[in-house]
Ligand binder design. Structure first.
Ligand SMILES: *[C@@H]1O[C@H](CO)[C@@H](O)[C@H](O)[C@H]1NC(C)=O
Ligand SMILES: *[C@@H]1O[C@H](CO)[C@@H](O)[C@H](O)[C@H]1NC(C)=O
Ligand SMILES: *[C@@H]1O[C@H](CO)[C@@H](O)[C@H](O)[C@H]1NC(C)=O
Ligand SMILES: *[C@@H]1O[C@H](CO)[C@@H](O)[C@H](O)[C@H]1NC(C)=O
Ligand SMILES: *[C@@H]1O[C@H](CO)[C@@H](O)[C@H](O)[C@H]1NC(C)=O
Ligand SMILES: *[C@@H]1O[C@H](CO)[C@@H](O)[C@H](O)[C@H]1NC(C)=O
Ligand SMILES: *[C@@H]1O[C@H](CO)[C@@H](O)[C@H](O)[C@H]1NC(C)=O
Ligand SMILES: *[C@@H]1O[C@H](CO)[C@@H](O)[C@H](O)[C@H]1NC(C)=O
Ligand SMILES: *[C@@H]1O[C@H](CO)[C@@H](O)[C@H](O)[C@H]1NC(C)=O
Ligand SMILES: *[C@@H]1O[C@H](CO)[C@@H](O)[C@H](O)[C@H]1NC(C)=O
Ligand SMILES: *[C@@H]1O[C@H](CO)[C@@H](O)[C@H](O)[C@H]1NC(C)=O
Ligand SMILES: *[C@@H]1O[C@H](CO)[C@@H](O)[C@H](O)[C@H]1NC(C)=O
Length: 559
């Protein structure tokens, strides 16, 4: 699988309430009146939000102010926010502009800090993360309408979703960067415009993202460090989930056979196929490579680079796509981003990515709607795509990227510098992600040296705890209790979310929320059993889910 598909956030989890099977519909016929009553009695409102004056409204920011009760299809006030385009340099005739949507935190005591979120691609829009992962309202694939998101990251801090680089989404201008270092320069130019416009000088800045943003985030963070200018680029930490950070043969090909063997009870690949593919694996030296280098602590590096499986005509060693096509034959709706899915494929408001994905007749892509573009101060008529159809690296060769080189940020000093500068780097992984799997990311980390030692000395195995939280509506639910594993070594935290796919904050919002609390220094680590810092007490045994099963007397008809 080529890296051009490393975006975030298409096929997010549809929830039980939104499920369309007859079985589910009948079950919830009984539950629904109670759920609606609950929502009607206790609407999710931030008390602070009503009282407070618009904190960022100035002459300079006025043109970006978004009408919080005027967001198409969103039947509630999303509060104070600002959206629009800002130039990537202060040259008066600069035509290249990035698009942002900025949400001041609803937290009454939010410190002077900003968290940036980036989706990957390269070429995919970060508004997909806002709409399906960590924004104040979410509209998940397969659901009929947007809902308030009690796990919105704006609950904790000031959030800035940015479409970048030039060529993505609503951005303006012609792409002409050729690599990640130039991408970071472009980004810095934009961020300086932002800081000047919103007067956030010297605010702590955390950069977060997913997937191909495993490249973007470390490179931009390193760009902040190199700038040596904390008035504008005050880097405080980074977090990436399901990231590409190293050689794609290592991260995707070498680990795919053990991954499929682990999940074979879900894949049902037949014995003769498995026999053949195990032989391939040995022939391609993946089996030996995995046995040699996937150890904790690792053998001394550098780990050798394997031949590019796409460099020969036969593609024999492209185990990844060999598996993918075999799995699709068994389960035609297999979702490589979230492997437990079966048919049907839900439609996403973000639009389709691959020809053949399901698109209902007359459906409109949310961010491609005129009314949405007007509400967000985008250039009306922009042909918005979740993932750009132009090469965002212009016509150049992205020499610092894994697309044509084995040297990702984990293996060329970039990520190392960021970890050592901040001692606050968090890497996460959804166990149900097959595109960039947990052990593949760990294998790339084992070939990295930081703070004086190579790799992780132990496989991450401490239990990760996510607190319970009373959900406010049936559209956004999060699991609680032990939800994964974690470890911390020399400034780097690694964690897994066992029921998350690729778009981790969308699938396991409670785990992602806790991650953000740790990144911001408000909770010590993933073992903590403290409730979320934004809620007043523990809710053990009294969540909506508990109430649903114990008090609603749900029956399960034998459909
Ligand atoms: C915001 O949008 C709502 C809904 O369209 C509208 O009623 C209201 O007048 C708008 N407010 C402002 C300040 O434009
Ligand atoms: C991109 O174009 C701008 C002017 O349009 C120029 O200033 C800049 O140097 C170019 N960048 C690269 C990497 O070629
Ligand atoms: C960073 O800037 C400070 C003052 O602005 C200067 O003293 C210092 O040498 C600079 N460091 C580097 C690495 O450029
Ligand atoms: C990942 O590696 C660990 C440690 O070797 C192993 O226990 C686990 O089964 C592996 N998971 C998958 C999905 O391959
Ligand atoms: C596997 O490794 C052996 C020994 O290093 C080498 O001769 C062979 O060409 C490799 N196979 C492939 C497919 O790269
Ligand atoms: C391992 O890291 C070294 C740099 O330390 C790099 O040169 C090499 O390409 C990396 N190997 C792989 C397989 O990524
Ligand atoms: C987006 O809107 C434009 C018109 O502004 C239209 O030409 C295009 O087909 C739309 N794209 C999608 C994916 O719906
Ligand atoms: C990109 O690389 C190819 C071959 O590696 C080369 O032919 C081409 O000139 C390069 N393009 C640019 C813009 O550097
Ligand atoms: C980061 O942590 C390491 C220990 O792992 C320590 O030696 C180093 O001084 C710390 N660096 C910073 C900038 O705090
Ligand atoms: C988000 O903030 C609101 C208002 O402070 C609070 O009621 C809610 O519990 C918070 N959500 C979480 C997950 O803590
Ligand atoms: C919540 O529960 C945990 C574990 O039982 C406990 O450590 C913590 O103090 C509790 N917090 C509150 C606010 O009750
Ligand atoms: C949970 O709610 C029930 C009924 O509303 C109450 O009797 C019980 O004490 C509560 N449990 C806890 C742990 O708060």
């Amino acid at each position: 699988m080529r890296l051009s598909t490393l975006f975030g956030a298409l096929f997010c989890a549809s929830t039980a309430l939104a499920g369309s099977s007859l079985h589910k519909r009948n079950v919830f016929n009984k539950a629904r009146p109670m759920v609606e009553k609950r929502v009607a009695n206790e609407p999710f409102r931030h008390p602070e939000l009503q009282k407070r004056a618009l904190r960022f409204l100035t002459d300079k920011t006025q043109e970006f102010a978004v009408n919080g009760s005027g967001i198409p299809e969103v039947p509630f006030d999303i509060g104070e926010s600002y959206a629009g385009l800002l130039p990537i340099s202060d040259s008066p005739d600069e035509t290249r502009k990035l698009f942002f949507w900025f949400f001041p935190s609803t937290h009454p005591d939010c410190p002077k800090e900003v968290v940036i979120w980036l989706n990957g691609g390269p070429g995919c829009s970060s508004l997909s993360g806002l709409l399906t992962e960590n924004g104040p309202f979410t509209w998940e694939a397969g659901t009929l309408a947007p809902v308030q998101n009690p796990y919105s990251w704006t609950n904790l801090t000031n959030m800035l979703w940015i479409e970048q680089p030039i060529g993505v989404g609503y951005t303006q201008g012609t792409p002409n960067i050729t690599n990640e270092v130039e991408l970071a320069d472009e980004f810095r130019g934009f961020y300086k415009s932002f800081v000047d416009t919103f007067d956030t000088h010297s605010w702590k800045t955390y950069i977060t993202g997913e997937s191909y943003a495993g490249f973007y985030v470390p490179y931009i963070a390193d760009g902040f460090i190199q700038a040596n200018d904390t008035e504008y680029f005050n880097l405080a930490g980074i977090s990436i989930n399901d990231p590409i950070i190293g050689d794609d043969t290592v991260q995707q090909q070498v680990v795919i056979l053990p991954y499929v063997e682990y999940w074979q009870n879900l894949m049902y690949l037949n014995d003769s196929f498995m026999e053949r593919i195990r032989e391939h694996d040995k022939f391609c030296n993946y089996t030996q490579y995995f046995e040699t280098y996937f150890t904790f602590p690792p053998p001394p590096g550098p780990f050798p680079v394997l031949p590019d499986p796409f460099s020969t005509d036969s593609y024999t060693c492209d185990q990844f796509d060999n598996f993918y096509s075999a799995i699709l034959a068994v389960n035609p709706c297999f979702n490589i981003y979230h492997i437990t899915e079966t048919c049907p494929h839900p439609y996403s408001q973000l639009g389709i990515i691959n020809t053949g994905d399901y698109k209902p007749p007359n459906s409109q892509v949310y961010f491609n709607r005129t009314d949405v573009q007007e509400a967000l101060h985008a250039v009306v008529g922009t042909n918005w795509l979740q993932c750009s159809d132009v090469n965002v690296f212009g016509d150049g060769n992205d020499t610092s990227s894994a697309q044509d080189s084995s040297v990702g940020p984990a293996n060329n000093g970039v990520l190392q510098r960021v970890i050592e500068y901040t001692n606050n780097t968090i890497i996460g992984s959804g166990d149900l992600d097959m595109l960039l799997s947990t052990n593949g990311t760990l294998l790339a980390i084992q070939n990295m040296t930081w703070n004086g030692l190579q790799g992780l000395q132990e496989y991450p195995s401490t239990l990760l705890y996510a607190p319970d939280h009373p959900e406010y509506n049936g559209g956004s639910l999060a699991g609680s209790g032990y939800q994964g594993h974690w470890s911390h070594e020399r400034g780097l935290t690694f964690y897994t979310a066992q029921l998350a796919g690729h778009e981790l904050p969308g699938y396991t919002p409670g785990v992602a929320y806790r991650m953000l609390e740790i990144l911001l220094g408000r909770i010590d680590n993933f073992s903590s059993k403290e409730p979320f810092t934004t809620q007043s007490g523990n809710f053990t045994g009294n969540s909506t889910l508990y109430k649903r099963s114990m008090e609603m007397e749900i029956e399960y008809p034998l459909l």
